[in-house]
Design a protein around this ligand. Structure first.
Ligand SMILES: Cc1cc2nc3c(=O)[nH]c(=O)nc-3n(C[C@H](O)[C@H](O)[C@H](O)COP(=O)(O)OP(=O)(O)OC[C@H]3O[C@@H](n4cnc5c(N)ncnc54)[C@H](O)[C@@H]3O)c2cc1C
Ligand code: SF4
Ligand code: SF4
Ligand code: SF4
Length: 856
């Protein structure tokens, strides 16, 4: 039997190898148009990010190795152009020579996968615009970024691939904006509220996300320079198009093979409508295991499984492909993964179920174990039968395990209570004594049984809890305007709260709310509900709230860049970060709109060149931050962290000696955003000045960078003129003629203003560079920074020294002391030697636990 397989990556090679293992006598030929077969498509983003170092690591098998290993004959560089089912032949065109050949088959497997959608807009052909599907694509992206030292990227499409690419581009130090035309990230993967929660976490990590935003064109002259969207123009040297894929099946036109939206229609035995023609992988439809409906599941897992399944079918084991659940996991950042399986709530409704869901937050492992984190779980079940229908999970840990447990449960048709006593593994480094998945089942069972009456985050956000009085059940009061209930002291009726009142119990994650609900039920409060996911998942605001915010809450919002207006208990000034003291006209419009919509309409400028929206009511804080975030603007700039960099306009100023905008933007990306989660002993302020005029006072910062132009004197050319032109031109008279020769006094600050002033060439050249000052501070205890002895002559050296200074401060600074204090304690020479000469073990320093001492 001769089996011809078109396509040689996941489904094609899996089917080919398995057929040969099952039936050694079969003649199996794989034809593929690409050079490579069997490559790790799923690994491409990680090659771009650098965690997979070489292209070779992406290639699972070369054609020769694969043939030797399996006995399959591989023809690469052969593109199928048509299929003639009556003659049982496929026509191939050689990619190199263009020559055509007809190949006959007894059985034909179509495994041609899918290819990226390229939108019909201007600019997709510019350099710097990429799709990501093959190793060549990934190699091209990485090479381009490295060769062009790219700093900014726009990723169009916030699906799995787009977000994986975004994360990996950020790992490379690029500033990344992800846009998606739908109203959420991971559309069709996560339900909107779960996606909204994930987006918030990604924004905190510095990823800019703009949903509801369409790509209109890509601008540039040969190279991409900006992505033009319906929400404005985003500068970008790299644009990744990840807006979707479509089945690679156009060569089947006219063959009579049935397609559905371009995907080959197959039955559970992977058979097409035509005899002896089969399909598997991304090019074909599959059946949904729960609904039995046809769907497209363009996943490597499905491609491999259907490929293997088909091989078994063709070699005599007639076991049908059971169906898919849309299972998927994705790493979103180094501390956030997402997983999902089964039906979403909407899909469940559309399939005729009466779904019920719960959002809950559990520990992912024993809470005392290092690295423990949370799982934020949405569990969906059929209300009537309590059968598990779907699960979505977000967390830093093993979301794949959660997802797989759910996938097994759904596949086996289990109900929630089937998990109640399931013997799942536990030890502190891995899980909790009652598995987090089982805890989620308990919670949903309690909800279905009526013991856990709740508002879901979606219900709460849509105003369903209007008219409910909020009770704050956290260990200490944190919700402005809410009555705080000390859970441990609730031993009877609540003082001052009538039993007829509708009560909404809000705690950190939902658990204390449930405990209080349980007691209040007993004490006779029937209209009481808990907010699912608590404040961890929801933002709770109380309209017309009176009362006082707790110190902890004021501190929390301060960390978000919201500083309390001392005149009012519930009014804040929200600080908007600028990357280098510069904002675009569009950003100004957005800030003005935010001030109008959420604040008093006023915007103030801080001395550190950030903007503060004045008069934002506490209840609007979340909304204003979200609104600014949607427009790529960040709030923040407080805490024991690297603070937003301050820059003078040296790039455009007549005296500027360095590109201050460019340098401070790089510092912003690498150290403000990149070190956003790295606590230091105190705040760390950086300023960049274009020349020694010091308009932004770099020397009064923890670290200041000042542009320099150092005169180089050739004394033999100096004629000791009566009126020295160099001296005349020096604004501070730092150059003098003594004993018939020019002398630069110690006052010379390397401003370079005397350049080209000597008519006799006694000052023929100047060395351009940067001076770095360390240990300056302004405020209560003013200190002048001292310059490091070295003149830095490249931006790279400056960036490296800035990083060394931050790491040194983290390593040797003591909690509560500014860098100036550390230098005073340890001695300038010691610190200078460390910064200029010593090795600093970045990984070890970052692993340390440091307590920050900044109070603002
Ligand atoms: C960046 C990225 C990350 C991914 N991450 C994951 C992940 O984490 N998990 C997951 O499950 N899935 C992931 N996927 C999806 C997964 O890679 C695909 O689902 C899988 O590769 C599909 O396998 P396939 O064999 O059906 O098709 P493909 O891998 O597309 O292979 C089809 C082959 O057929 C060839 N071909 C096409 N047309 C013709 C023709 N006319 N003639 C001859 N040859 C042809 C193509 O050149 C290609 O080599 C990812 C995909 C990408 C691009
Ligand atoms: S420090 Fe120099 S470059 Fe910067 S604004 Fe002042 S004069 Fe211009
Ligand atoms: S530096 Fe030039 S202008 Fe000044 S004294 Fe020497 S030769 Fe004359
Ligand atoms: S570099 Fe500036 S300070 Fe120094 S001598 Fe020239 S003009 Fe004067």
């Amino acid at each position: 039997m001769k089996i011809v397989i078109i396509g040689g990556v996941a489904a094609g090679t899996k089917a080919a190898a398995k057929i040969k293992r099952e039936d050694r006598s079969a003649q199996v030929e794989v034809y593929t148009k690409s050079r490579d077969i069997s490559y790790a498509g799923c690994g491409l983003p990680y090659y771009v990010g650098g965690s997979i170092e070489s292209r070779e690591e992406l290639i699972v098998n070369t054609p020769a190795k694969f043939s030797a290993l399996t006995g399959v004959t591989v023809f690469n560089g052969q593109e199928a152009v048509s299929v003639d089912p009556s003659a049982k032949t496929v026509r191939f065109r050689s990619v190199d020579s263009g020559s055509l050949s007809d190949v006959s088959y007894d059985k034909l497997i179509i495994a041609t996968g899918a290819s990226p959608l390229i939108p019909r807009i201007d600019g997709t052909g510019l350099s710097g615009v990429f799709t990501v599907r093959t190793p060549e694509d990934a190699v091209a992206v990485r090479d381009y970024i490295e060769k062009n030292d790219c700093r900014k990227a726009v990723v169009a499409g916030a699906g799995f691939i787009g977000l994986e690419m975004a994360e990996n581009l950020m790992t490379r130090g690029l500033s990344v904006t992800v846009i998606d035309m739908t109203s959420q990230i991971l559309p069709n993967v996560l339900d909107p509220e779960m996606a909204g929660f994930a987006a918030k976490r990604l924004r905190k990590k510095g990823m800019k996300i703009m949903t509801g935003t369409s790509l209109l064109s890509i601008k540039g002259d040969e190279k991409a320079e900006a992505a033009v969207t319906d929400s404005g123009e985003l500068s970008a040297e790299v644009v990744i198009l990840s807006i979707g894929i479509r089945p690679s099946t156009s060569f089947l036109d006219g063959s009579g093979i049935e397609l559905l939206n371009g995907a080959v229609v197959v039955d559970e035995y992977q058979r097409t409508n035509l005899e002896d023609i089969y399909a598997a992988g991304d090019c074909a439809v599959v059946k949904n295991l729960i609904t039995g409906q046809r769907q497209w599941s363009a996943m490597g897992s499905t491609a491999n499984i259907t490929g293997r399944c088909l091989a078994k079918i063709l070699t005599g084991t007639r076991k049908p492909y059971a169906g898919c659940l849309g299972t998927g996991v994705v790493k979103l950042t180094d501390d956030l993964n997402a997983g999902r399986t089964g039906l979403s709530e909407e899909q469940a409704k559309a399939a005729g179920f009466d779904p019920i869901s719960v959002v809950c937050v559990t520990d992912d492992k024993a809470h005392y174990y290092p690295d423990s984190d949370t799982f934020t779980i949405k569990l969906i079940a059929d209300k009537a039968t309590e059968k598990l229908l779907g699960m979505q999970v977000l967390g830093a840990g093993a979301v794949d395990k959660m997802t797989d447990i759910a996938a097994v449960g759904i596949s086996a048709g289990l109900t929630l209570s089937d998990f109640d006593t399931m013997d799942l593994a536990y030890a502190p480094p891995f899980s909790t004594a009652i598995h987090p998945f089982v805890q989620a089942c308990y919670i949903l069972e309690n909800k279905i049984g009526g013991a856990f009456e709740t508002f879901t985050p979606v219900e709460y956000a849509s105003g369903a809890a209007k008219g409910y009085r909020v009770l704050d059940v956290q260990p200490e009061p944190k919700i402005f305007g809410a009555e705080w209930i000390d859970l441990g002291k609730v031993t009877g009726e609540l003082e001052g709260i009538s039993k007829d009142e509708k009560l909404l119990l809000v705690c950190a994650k939902g658990k204390r709310g449930y405990f209080l609900l349980n007691r209040l039920r007993y004490f006779g409060y029937p209209q009481t509900c808990v907010l699912e996911g608590g404040l961890f998942f929801n933002s709770v605001k109380i309209e017309n709230a009176g009362g006082k915010l707790s110190a902890a809450e004021i501190k929390r919002v301060k960390a978000l860049g919201c500083l309390q207006d001392k005149r009012y208990p519930d009014v804040f000034n929200v600080r908007v970060i600028t990357k280098n003291g510069k904002i675009t006209a569009e950003e100004q419009r957005v800030i003005a709109e935010a001030a109008d919509r959420f604040g008093s309409g006023e915007v103030t400028f801080t001395t550190r060149l950030t903007l503060e929206i004045q008069g934002v009511k506490y209840e609007n804080i979340e909304a204003v931050i979200d609104f600014l975030g949607e427009h790529d603007l960040l709030t923040g700039g407080t805490g024991s962290l690297v603070r937003p960099v301050v820059s003078c306009k040296g790039t455009t100023c007549q005296y500027g000696l360095i590109d201050t905008f460019g340098l401070s933007e790089k510092i912003h990306e690498r150290f403000y955003l990149g070190y956003h989660d790295i606590t230091l002993p105190h705040k760390f302020k950086i300023a960049v000045g274009g020349c020694p005029n010091n308009c932004v006072k770099p020397n009064l910062n923890d670290l200041g960078i000042i542009g320099q132009r150092v005169p180089v004197i050739q004394l033999d050319k100096c004629r000791g003129c009566g009126k020295c032109q160099v001296s005349e031109s020096c604004p501070i008279k730092a150059a003098k003629v003594e004993n018939g020769k020019i002398v630069m006094t110690e006052d010379c600050n390397n401003c370079g203003r005397c350049r080209e002033k000597c008519p006799f060439g006694a000052v023929p050249e100047y060395t351009d560079g940067y001076k770095i000052y360390i240990g300056g501070r302004w405020g209560k205890k003013i200190a002048n920074g001292r310059p490091l002895a070295k003149l830095f002559t490249s931006e790279e050296e400056v960036m490296e020294t800035v990083e060394r200074a931050i790491l040194f401060f983290r390593d040797e600074g003591q909690s509560g002391e500014r860098f100036a204090d550390t230098i005073e304690r340890l001695g300038f020479d010691y610190v200078q030697d460390k910064l200029l000469n010593d090795k600093i073990d970045k990984n070890a320093v970052l692993k340390k636990t440091v307590k920050g001492g900044a109070t603002c």
